[in-house]
Design a protein around this ligand. Structure first.
Ligand code: CA
Length: 440
């Protein structure tokens, strides 16, 4: 588990001016990873690290061999076309590379000349998925989301009896995880109105978002070997933004008895940047577990998890309708603001639970946290909750309304960490636009 060290010092300054630009997501204290190439080029994809408005090209930097030891090993792994090899290394490797990059980026660093020629402007690149995602599992860690959604179906008994004991999840589909900026067609599927006796095949009319964080896993555990909660975070490489687009009408008809299927696997968007657990260390906090709730079973409990298992990652959802875009391409309405700290189950509990039966987790596997709704309605991370199942459409500042997403709507997730005495770090954005359904 990460502790604070010299890389978190809020007084650090980089020789790169844009690393200090007001509101930048990528100061020297962040250093998140992505996979990129110059837009429209046939260059090979390779790993990169964000600094200000630039990317350090890790393949280019690897050629210069500026580091030694674990930092050099991690740099070599990070120069590949996916980050799986880097993720498969140890937290000591990730930390060594972070420290080496942090020192090389500081004002007066002798490595400035070497790094400077490895910079690529973020404005000139296209991003690819950070990893080859072998498996994707989506959890349900917000008790507020579980309660809000449960209430729509079971007003008297919204929370299932297992919720406070089991970090609930389901196996999702990895092939349809896409990187921010890739748009997708409104999905078609079986729809059955409550008053109809039979379903029809049609385009979803109740297309929704789910505000989540994605968790990229690092080093593997062997099949049959559980990861103890005290070691769980050593298996987490970092976090990104995740939008689990959901077709509520398809979901309502198909979900019993085996849970989400085609309502969820047509597209899942993630942000290109993966923020390391070490970068997030200053923003740890105690998870919220109300007095009187059952204590977690011992395999889901640790001193560290109780005191600092949660992360205060502030999150925001912006909706841009075609009418807004026509007025101003940069416009949008904020429809939700919340924080990851409200989650009931922590990252470490997700990993410990997923592996308790011996399930082997692999480098590059992706976990979703589940919709991260906070305690109030304004903090709800899905339209299903914000509109009470579509009954109370949200009113947008330009006079439009939305119960669910319409064709041409763009949704942008943003997240950042900010607190007194620490440098603000951000996640960039996760963006996607709903295109019209393909004709049947
Ligand atoms: Ca979800």
């Amino acid at each position: 588990m990460s502790i604070l060290n010299e890389t978190h010092d809020p007084a650090l300054r980089s020789w790169l001016a844009s690393a200090h630009a007001g509101g930048t997501d990528f100061p020297i204290q962040n250093l998140p990873f992505a996979v990129f190439r110059r837009r429209g080029s046939t260059e090979p994809a390779r790993g990169g690290v964000a600094i200000g408005d630039q990317i350090i090209d890790l393949a280019e930097l690897h050629q210069a061999k500026p580091f030694s030891g674990r930092a050099a090993e991690a740099l070599a792994a990070g120069s590949q076309s996916t980050l799986n090899a880097l993720m498969a290394l140890t937290p000591a490797h990730w930390s060594a590379l972070r420290l080496a990059l942090s020192r090389a980026l500081r004002e007066g660093a002798p490595e400035q000349a070497v790094l400077q020629i490895c910079l690529v402007p973020q404005a000139q690149v296209e991003y690819l998925l950070p990893a080859r995602i072998g498996d994707y599992t989506d959890f349900y860690t917000s008790i507020h989301h579980a309660t809000n959604v449960g209430r729509l179906f079971r007003p008297d008994n919204p929370l299932m009896p297992n919720y406070k004991w089991v970090p609930i999840g389901y196996h999702g589909r990895a092939s349809s995880v896409v990187v921010s900026g890739q748009n997708f067609a409104r999905p078609c599927g079986q729809l059955k109105a409550p008053e109809s006796s039979a379903p029809v095949l049609g385009a979803s009319q109740r297309l929704d978002i789910e505000l989540e964080l994605g968790v990229f896993l690092g080093q593997a555990n062997a099949l049959g070997e559980a990861v103890p909660i005290t070691e769980a975070e050593d298996h987490v490489f970092g976090l990104c933004l995740l939008n689990d687009w959901s077709a509520r009408d398809i979901q309502a008809w198909e979900y019993q008895p085996l849970g989400p299927f085609l309502a969820k696997n047509f597209a899942t968007s993630i942000s290109p940047w993966v923020v390391s657990m070490e970068a997030l260390a200053p923003f740890r906090t105690a998870p919220e577990r109300p007095a009187g709730d059952p204590a977690p079973l011992p395999y889901l409990d640790s001193e560290h998890n109780r005191s600092a298992g949660a992360l205060d990652v502030q999150m925001q959802v912006t909706l841009q309708t075609p009418a807004m875009r026509a007025q101003d391409p940069a416009s949008g309405a904020v429809i939700c603001t919340t924080s990851y700290r409200h989650a009931y189950w922590t990252l470490a509990q997700m990993v410990a639970h997923h592996s308790v039966n011996g399930c082997n987790l692999q480098p590059g596997d992706l976990l979703g946290t589940g919709t991260l709704s906070g305690p109030t309605l304004e903090q709800a991370g899905a339209l299903l909750e914000l509109t009470a199942g579509g009954k109370n459409p949200i009113k947008l500042p330009n006079g439009e309304q939305r119960a669910f997403l319409e064709d041409g709507d763009t949704v942008v997730f943003r997240a950042w960490c900010d607190k007194p005495g620490q440098a603000r770090i951000g996640f960039g954005e996760c963006r996607g636009q709903v295109l019209p359904a393909r004709s049947l």
